[in-house]
Design a protein around this ligand. Structure first.
Ligand code: C2E
Ligand code: MG
Ligand code: MG
Ligand code: MG
Length: 286
């Protein structure tokens, strides 16, 4: 290969990196502004009982509507926030908002269903996390039993002893714990026994091409047995079709979430669904 070609590639590479850094900086700047100006909000995706379709609670998912760029998905801005101190502000904001919302629903007479909040890796490892959660619970007066925290399998397995200690303290505070995106990381089954865990959430990737990958069937079955074996509930994410729903029901999953039932909804729409006697009959699956 000629020297020139090599150099060209190098410059191309630098230009691309530069572009990426620029993008990241722009998102970071705009996100900082968004946090200060109320461009963020939480949407709530119903968690549905696989047995009877009852709404068991919701997962809070952050949404960003950028005034010029439109809505930006969390898969874009959470990783950017993770690379700076912004993730701590964002994480605190999400926890506070979710707890405030729980109390608003409480005052409106809604049943006390559980709300699940995602914790990012850096947030989970921050030494102030437990104090932050304690103060938010105190400040809002939320019943900790209504708050579930989600960490991914990978977060949980990184620095295992520390993770177990933090999870135990969360449990002692009355919070419950879900392991998110389960099946995509590298949990040693032996280690999992030591986790204080209330729920395993089977990753959506095991549902997407369920019919084309017969092996998924065995994996889901194994995770369900494992979860039940350690006394945890098993949730399956990303149910989009009636077929997937009935597969997962046959495999004895406890709970699901997915577009078949509902996307994440604004707080008022979620609350309205909860008050319906049979949300899926009246409205039909969304
Ligand atoms: P996650 O925690 O695994 O959340 C589930 C994601 O799957 C959500 O995407 C949800 O909208 C999507 N989903 C649910 N059902 C279906 C379905 O049937 N089909 C498809 N295609 N997707 C479905 P979303 O809201 O874009 O969030 C993506 C990820 O961003 C989340 O994955 C979570 O890791 C992160 N995230 C979202 N909100 C927060 C937050 O407040 N804090 C932190 N730290 N992370 C968040
Ligand atoms: Mg989650
Ligand atoms: Mg998940
Ligand atoms: Mg997932």
């Amino acid at each position: 290969r000629s020297k020139n070609e090599g150099r060209g590639r190098y410059h191309f590479y630098v230009a691309e990196m530069d572009q990426e850094v620029q993008n990241r900086k722009a998102i970071e700047r705009d996100l900082r502004h968004a946090l200060a100006t109320d461009q963020l909000c939480l949407h709530y995706q119903p968690l549905v009982d696989l047995e009877n379709g009852a709404i068991l609670g919701a997962e809070a998912l952050v949404r960003w509507f950028h005034p010029e760029r439109g809505s930006i998905p969390p898969s874009i801005f959470i990783p950017v926030a993770e690379r700076s101190e912004l993730i701590f502000r964002l994480g605190r904001w999400v926890l506070l908002r979710a707890c405030m919302q729980i109390q608003t629903w409480h005052s409106q007479g809604l049943p006390p269903l559980q709300i699940s909040v995602n914790l990012s890796p850096a947030q989970f490892r921050h030494p102030d996390l437990l104090d932050t959660i304690r103060s938010i619970i105190e400040q809002t007066g939320v019943d900790p039993a209504q708050l579930q925290l989600e960490i991914t399998e990978t977060i949980a397995m990184t620095n295992f002893d520390y993770s177990v200690q933090v999870l135990r303290e969360m449990r002692d505070m009355g919070l419950s714990i879900a392991i998110d995106d389960f099946g995509t990381g590298y949990s040693s089954l032996n280690y999992l026994r030591h986790f204080p865990v209330d729920k395993l959430k089977i990753d959506r990737s095991f549902v997407v091409d369920f019919d084309h990958h017969p092996g998924n069937d065995a994996i889901v079955r194994a995770i369900v047995n494992l979860g039940h074996g350690i006394g945890a509930k098993v949730n399956v994410e990303g149910i989009e079709t009636a077929e997937q729903l009935s597969f997962m029901r046959d495999l004895a999953c406890d709970e699901c979430q997915g577009f078949y039932f509902s996307r994440a909804l604004p707080a008022e729409e979620y609350a309205r669904l909860v008050t319906l006697a049979d949300p899926w009959v009246q409205d039909g699956p969304k």
